[in-house]
Each structure stands twice: as C-alpha cells, then as structure tokens.
Design a protein around this ligand. Structure first.
Ligand SMILES: CC(C)(COP(=O)(O)OP(=O)(O)OC[C@H]1O[C@@H](n2cnc3c(N)ncnc32)[C@H](O)[C@@H]1OP(=O)(O)O)[C@@H](O)C(=O)NCCC(=O)NCCS
Length: 175
C-alpha cells in the first residue's frame, strides 16, 4: 500500500457498523488497557453505539479505505476543565503496526484545536503500553508526568502516564 496516511479517515459511527465494531470490541487483547469490558454480543455493541457513542460530543470510527477498523474519541472536560479533552483510541488487532492510529491521532489533535477550539489535549496511558505511548508522541503529545495508582481499571489500580499538547505548541508545530 502507498502512504497509509492517505487511506485513513475519521467519521461518525452508526448502529449499522456493529459487525465492523465487533472486530475490535470483542477482542480481549484490544480491550486489556481500556476502561470498558470486552463486548460479548452484537446487541451489547448496538446499545453501546446508541447510548454512549451517539450522544458523545466527539467519537469517531477510524476508517481504512472507508471501512471502520477502530475508534478514537476526544472527551471534553466539564466546568473548570472545559478547556481540554482526553484522547482515547483502539484499533482492530490485524491492522496494528502500520501507522494507522498515529495518523488517526494526528487527525484528532487537529480537530481538537482547529474545529473544537480546545486549549489542551491530554491522554492517560499505562507505562507498559509501549504502542500507545509512541502513538501519542507521533501525534505531538509529550509525557508530563507519572501518576501512581491513578485509575481503577477492571478491578485493579493502575499507574498512568499523563501526556499532553497545548494549542500553542500545536500551532507552532503546524506553522
Ligand atoms: C495502541 C494501538 C491503538 C496502536 O495502534 P497502531 O495503529 O498499531 O499504532 P501505529 O502503527 O501508529 O504505531 C505507533 C508506533 O508504535 C509502535 N508500536 C506499535 N505496536 C507496538 C508494539 N506492540 N510494541 C512496540 N512498539 C509498537 C510502532 O512501531 C510505531 O512506532 P514507530 O513509528 O516509531 O515505529 C493498538 O496497539 C491498540 O489498539 N492497542 C489496544 C488498545 C489500547 O491500548 N489503546 C490505548 C489505550 S491508552
């Protein structure tokens, strides 16, 4: 395939994407670092799309040549935290290590600053999640600290690295 970047697009998800969505959501290897549980049925995924994704302010399918193969989200804070959003993503396993999520993350960072007019994009990642740390670095985020026993995921307290990028840094890198 020629430059993978030209094949990666983001779009809204619909209930009709359920079969594609299960390619990543039903895989324990994909969900092991995320807060939500592995999906067990199409019905569960359809409910997730209806009740969580559709009302979400920015939750997109990562598409390769138009087919959804993963998802990416920017979750804005509320109240005094409204100037920033948390970035999250997952990709179906058979597409790993081709540069697809790095490109999707770059598109999400652009959307956060150019469209949503946020001041900062952040992400929390487990120190052992080498691929995710690299995705964030390639999208321009930098590690700003380690929080120990920071989040409760699937019954265990996990350490988190905090990554972030400011709108100022984004504009300088885009200039
Ligand atoms: C994290 C994840 C989305 C990465 O997606 P991806 O499309 O494979 O990432 P990319 O191909 O863009 O790779 C980004 C970088 O990470 C590296 N990388 C990818 N997988 C890796 C691995 N298992 N070990 C070491 N490096 C890895 C790539 O080589 C690349 O770095 P490089 O350009 O310097 O060579 C994917 O592994 C995934 O879905 N994991 C499970 C869900 C998850 O962890 N989500 C994030 C929660 S914080």
């Amino acid at each position: 395939m020629d430059d993978i970047k030209t094949h990666v697009t983001l779009r809204d998800l619909q209930e009709s994407d359920v079969e594609d969505f299960m390619q990543w959501a039903a895989d324990d290897e994909v969900t092991k670092h995320v807060s939500w549980e592995t999906h067990k049925s199409n019905a569960e995924t359809i409910d997730f799309i209806s009740t969580i994704i559709k009302p979400h302010p920015w939750f997109k399918a990562i598409c390769l040549d138009g087919t959804p193969i993963g998802s990416i989200s920017l979750t804005p804070g509320s109240g005094i935290h409204c100037c920033r959003a948390e970035l999250g993503y997952v990709l179906a396993r058979k597409y790993w290590r081709k540069g697809i999520t790095s490109q999707a993350a770059r598109l999400a960072v652009s959307a956060a600053f150019d469209d949503l007019k946020l001041e900062r994009v952040e992400a929390l990642v487990e120190p052992t999640n080498v691929a995710s740390k690299r995705v964030l670095e390639k999208a321009g985020l930098e590690c700003v600290g380690l929080e120990r026993r920071y989040i409760l995921v699937k019954g265990s307290l996990r350490d988190s690295l905090l990554f972030s990028i400011s709108s100022e840094k984004y504009k300088l890198s885009a200039a």
